[in-house]
Design a protein around this ligand. Structure first.
Ligand SMILES: [Zn+2]
Length: 646
């Protein structure tokens, strides 16, 4: 087996400004080393990062606890991929062209990933459907930014001939796979923040041209900049080592000053609130009691993202009241129920400290569990209780409580929130179908504005909301889903949930686990910049658009957004020009509450050969982009269409 790519010496700082020699070689497959194993020697050992990771699960580059990807695909070997900054050395060259195992027929995906230009350089990124190990030597991994093409058409008219979209699928907080580096944290930490171009505000990266006198030319806009005295001193103190921002395509900074929201009175916390529906249908189906059971399991399994900093609380609501449970572990006083009987006013009766317990404290979580169960000891009979709930009031109360320090609300819904704030009506009236009144079924509910404004308020205050609708009744998911889609949460449905059904129980357990374990960033503001010749046209994502940025209360490891790119009219010279896409995400770590900024930079070589361009398209990225376009078109029909339906 060839020597692992990471043993190659890193380029000295003097060569940082000359990455253009590697144009056209963004993905050089140099072999298929065995995947590092948790209980045996690994061929490829990533060094420990210079700074602690933002995410505790991957601190120090350890991935022993992570399950291997694609379990069961034993025949699929992982490919090692290098990026611009260093062409494969002689020792890294495979002895011959990669061949599929003789006993396994090639799949369409293998054929696509092996498409190459005459020089042997693969034109496409490694398929997302197959395991691969990515080595970042200047270009962000496709795990973070996967473009629909690896070559850029020199003009828009040439792109039009391919009839394929130019876009990027951005997953800024994806977890690295075993054998890969976590995103490196820069040692540069200064009140002024990362080094940026004075003209376009792009961030310094591996592709800027550095002059010996300390001046540098921005690769995004061509603007000339001067290294500040502080940064020059920082470089000098590194003693010849190359800073992370000049070595890797993905890098993270600890930031302060202007990058911190001055209006926030308290630091963000990893707080989780289980907002449980205690209406009669929920108690009868077992949704209420099984959700509490899963909460205890999650505490035992230490599933909560945020580690030791995570806290959890429970709030319930029924047909007329909302209840906060201040248990002894939280207050060091007697258990206390804080009940809101004013169904039309969702206020916070207690700050988070008053009803939260440490998520890793199993005894405290069990105590909380018992306290909540004690309030609803017996499920009502079929004749008892109404299918009403004050869900809107409860959501408003919880979000008001979390307003200062953010968090994540897991809202379990069994009954339509038909009382209190944001009350909704049952629009699922089949008797109207086929009659003149049918159009009223598709109109917006009267109190739609309530959930709209709740969604915006939650996004701004860093409160993410997940909705799990697990009942048989109509709950108007189309309206409720506005809150998770704006805040970065998820919206799921388990039709006719019954705790007696093992499949239902398993599904609910899986969904709740995902809700509490997936958060990788809080209070996120994301922006995509492009170099001269391109422009970022449109974001397609959940979240709250804000001044050209995308704002999200929380971002999980598997959440992606797409950005549509287009030519700005500037011709890119085929063969010599490069285009760049840079994603910057400002966020708060759920582990330690630190404010961080993560950048991913990707370079594309310009071509005018339609055949080469077509071969470089990533079919899965194209499919995902069209899926996002279609999904958005379905849920947000043009206004005239709705008008005709009425
Ligand atoms: Zn610039």
């Amino acid at each position: 087996m060839a020597a692992p790519a990471t043993t190659a010496p890193r380029p000295p700082f003097a060569t940082v400004g000359a990455p253009f020699a590697t144009v056209g070689a963004p993905f050089a497959t140099v072999g298929a080393p065995p995947r590092p194993m948790a209980n045996g020697p690994a061929t490829w050992q990533p060094p420990a990062p210079a700074h602690p990771s933002a995410f505790g699960a991957h601190a120090n580059g350890s991935h022993a606890a992570a399950p291997p990807p694609f379990a069961g695909t034993a025949t699929a070997a992982a490919a090692v991929v290098t990026f611009p900054g260093a062409l494969p050395t002689l020792s890294q060259q495979p002895s011959g062209p990669p061949r599929p195992p003789l006993d396994v027929p090639p799949t369409p995906m293998q054929c696509i990933s092996q498409a190459a230009d005459p020089s042997g350089v693969p034109l496409a990124a490694p398929s997302a459907m197959r395991p691969y190990v990515c080595v970042d030597t200047g270009n962000a991994s496709p795990r973070y930014v996967r473009l629909t093409t690896r070559l850029i058409a020199s003009t828009s008219s040439i792109l039009d001939k391919t009839r394929l979209p130019l876009a990027g699928i951005v997953t800024p907080f994806a977890d690295p796979e075993p054998g890969e580096y976590d995103v490196s944290v820069s040692e540069w930490s200064h009140e002024q923040g990362p080094v940026r171009c004075a003209r376009c505000r792009g961030f310094l990266n591996c592709f800027v041209r550095v002059q010996p006198n300390g001046a540098w030319q921005c690769n995004m806009c061509g603007g000339d900049n001067q290294v500040s005295d502080e940064y020059a001193t920082f470089l000098h103190n590194l003693g010849g080592r190359v800073p992370a921002e000049s070595r890797f395509g993905s890098v993270e900074y600890l930031v302060s000053g202007d990058y911190v929201d001055k209006k926030r009175s308290r630091p963000l916390r990893s707080d989780y609130v289980f907002l449980l529906d205690a209406s009669a249908p929920s108690l009868r189906s077992g949704l209420f009691s099984y959700s509490l059971h899963v909460l205890s399991l999650l505490a035992r399994e230490a599933c909560f993202a945020g580690g030791a900093a995570a806290r959890v609380g429970v709030v319930t609501y029924d047909e007329e009241s909302v209840t906060f449970f201040a248990c002894k572990a939280a207050t060091q006083r007697a258990h206390k129920l804080l009940i809101i009987n004013e169904a039309d006013e969702g206020f916070a009766p207690v700050p988070p400290e008053g009803f939260m317990v440490a998520a890793h404290d199993v005894a405290a979580v069990d105590q909380l569990h018992a306290l909540v169960r004690g309030r609803y000891p017996d499920p009502p009979t079929a004749a008892q209780g109404a299918s009403l709930s004050v869900g809107g009031t409860a959501l408003a109360a919880v979000c008001e409580s979390l307003r200062a320090c953010g968090g994540r609300v897991v809202w379990l819904v069994s009954s339509l929130p038909s009382a209190g704030q944001g009350r909704l009506i049952d629009r699922d009236q089949q008797s109207l179908v086929g009659r003149d009144e049918e159009a009223t079924l598709y109109g917006a509910p009267k109190d739609e504005q309530f959930f709209n404004s709740m969604a915006t308020r939650c996004a701004v205050t860093a409160v993410g909301v997940d909705v799990i609708a697990a009942g048989a009744a109509f709950v108007d998911l189309a309206t409720l889903a506005q809150v998770p889609s704006t805040t970065g949460g998820t919206c799921e449905r388990i039709a006719g949930f019954s705790a007696a059904n093992a499949v239902h129980r398993g599904t609910l357990h899986r969904l709740l686990t995902r809700c509490v374990s997936g958060t990788r960033a809080m209070d996120v503001t994301l922006k995509v910049r492009t170099s001269t010749g391109l422009k970022a046209n449109q974001y397609r994502s959940h979240g709250l658009p804000e001044d050209g940025n995308l704002r999200m209360a929380l971002w999980t490891h598997d959440m992606s957004m797409s950005v549509e790119l287009e030519h700005d009219g500037t011709k890119l010279e085929a063969g010599s020009a490069m285009a760049f896409v840079q994603v910057a995400a400002l966020f708060t770590s759920p582990v330690d509450g630190s404010r961080r900024l993560r950048t991913h930079t990707v370079a594309l070589a310009a071509r005018d050969n339609v055949e080469q361009l077509t071969a470089s398209f990533d079919s899965l990225a194209v499919a995902l982009f069209w899926a996002k376009v279609t999904a958005q078109a379905v849920v947000r029909p043009p206004v005239p269409l709705v008008a005709r339906a009425r």
